[in-house]
Write a protein that binds this ligand. Sequence first.
Ligand SMILES: *Cc1c(COP(=O)(O)O)cnc(C)c1O
Length: 350
Amino acid sequence: MAVATLTIDLAALVENWRALDAKSASNVETAAVVKADGYGCDAGRVSAALSKAGAKTFFVAAAEEGIAVRKNTPNDTTIYVFSGGCMGDHDILKANNLVPLLNSPEQVQEYAAEDSPFGIQLDSGMNRLGLEPHEFNALRDQIIAAEPEILMSHLACADEPDHPMNTQQRSAFKAMTDGLTIPKSLAATGGTLLGPDYHFDLTRPGVGLYGGFPFTDAAPVVRVSIPVIQTRTVEVGEAVGYAAFWQAKRTSKVATIAAGYADGLIRQMGNHTNDHRVNLFAGDTPCPLIGRVSMDMITVDITDLDQTPTHLDILCDHQTVDDLANAAGTIGYEILTSLGGRYNRVYEGG
Ligand SMILES: *Cc1c(COP(=O)(O)O)cnc(C)c1O
């Protein structure tokens, strides 16, 4: 088969969820964020594996994303929607028993008056989603009387432990919520790693479950192996690929492999000349990516291998999503969610 194989290790995902769960006290619930189709890993399979392991609460970005989670988890699972009760979401939320995180006074007026469950998202300083402190204070009595399931907020800088925003946001969140007996949540992966001051009643890690920074101890979840579709010898001075970007300085053996930027292997990864930053691995042996990344192909210098490999690995134990992200000037989240639909997807350990 001339498409690359994307292997998703659901046992490693569960191991990461357990490891993050162990960072907080036993009375703190650990939920799971499965937005963007489970960070590209399949929200249905991810939520099924995590609920078998004991996760009872999930978060998605949009109401539509909650449907796959609802179908793959027990009926008593709680599924929150970060974008709240947007226009037109009412029927989807109701039909799938999804809980909106209300973000504006208008949404509070619409949803809190009803009998269905809701949570409240508070803005503690990120200025992206949630009620501002003055909006919350104005509606406080009405909100409390309607018994929200959760009060939550989100940290802007939690992957930088020393950033002053962390303590500022924690204080702002506490100022709004101290004394209330409603469950509270502030921490995603970064906040979970900041320690118990940030855990409140429920943590909601996302990227760490899938093996990404800032959970540097995570087990790798995603592997990508790409078939070799042609090899050739390139003489000194000959160029390889678009823009003739790479030129052979020695007689070289070049492998063309069947994945490219359309598979989320971002073109910028190949824009380095002298200090190539991405390798393809033949087992444990690194081979440099050379030339431009094309839409469907990548070229690799395999001169130093004894044998022509049938496939080369770009995501493996030797090279993580964050290594690829650094080479491409982006973050692991973007690598994971860009991987795309062309792969032969294999799920292990489910
Ligand atoms: C995406 C998101 C999370 C999960 O964040 P990670 O950094 O992936 O752990 C948690 N809360 C909110 C509001 C989010 O948008």
